[in-house]
Design a protein around this ligand. Sequence first.
Ligand code: ADP
Ligand code: MG
Length: 250
Amino acid sequence: MSLVYQGADQPVTALQDINLTIERGAFVSFIGPSGCGKTTLMRAVADLEHPTSGSLLVNGVTPEAARLDRAYGYVFQAPALYPWRRIEANVRLPLEVMGFDKAEHAERAKRYLKLVGLEGFERKFPWQLSGGMQQRASIARALCFEPELLLMDEPFGALDEITRDRLNEELLRLWRTTRKTVIFVTHSIAEAAFLSSKIVVMSARPGRIVKIIDNDAPPERTLDWRESPQFLDVAHQLREALNEGHAHDI
Ligand code: ADP
Ligand code: MG
């Protein structure tokens, strides 16, 4: 697929000739310089943008049908929690909007808050939580209606490295336990290499795929795995592909 924005002065080719299959249950990261179309691609999956040419299927149906089928949960860079709602009420918001059975709301919110390690914080307001905890709450909110696909656009980009490391481990555990398909955007080579089963390297202007790297990492890995030769090899391949993508740009 390709996607061209009609900008104010001239058209912007945000995505050009993207040809990609994401297997069910994969953890796929997109990495590339700012402006290479990562958010656009994710928004196209979420039916918020539409390909100018070519097509895109989500779980075998159109993005629109997948959206109506509640196929995906979206986690943004900022947690985007409502300050006047308690954490529990923020998490169950999609259940209210989607018209889930009222009797289920509290149980689901509790279950997913526990899954992201926020048990006991249900009654707090967002501003009473750290940035990392707020982001965990927004992950619980994206999971509580049990979408098959989790779309995460630089979810940990605004966090300090120590918090990001911890959340990386937790996200990996979540992925293993829930078996969701995760589409993840990041600027971090370490994050992409640590988390992903597949990494898509993109280049800017026009946004296209430079390289797809399969990452055969052990499923039960912890942060220590980042010191293994296998991790270093993936990180090296990523760096080379990013440089190659950048070279086209000059
Ligand atoms: P990334 O997430 O990789 O930083 P984006 O997908 O946000 O990249 O943007 C890709 C390109 O499309 C950029 O050049 C950006 O300026 C442009 N773009 C994004 N959204 C719009 C829009 N609504 N209208 C026009 N141009 C846009
Ligand atoms: Mg973006």
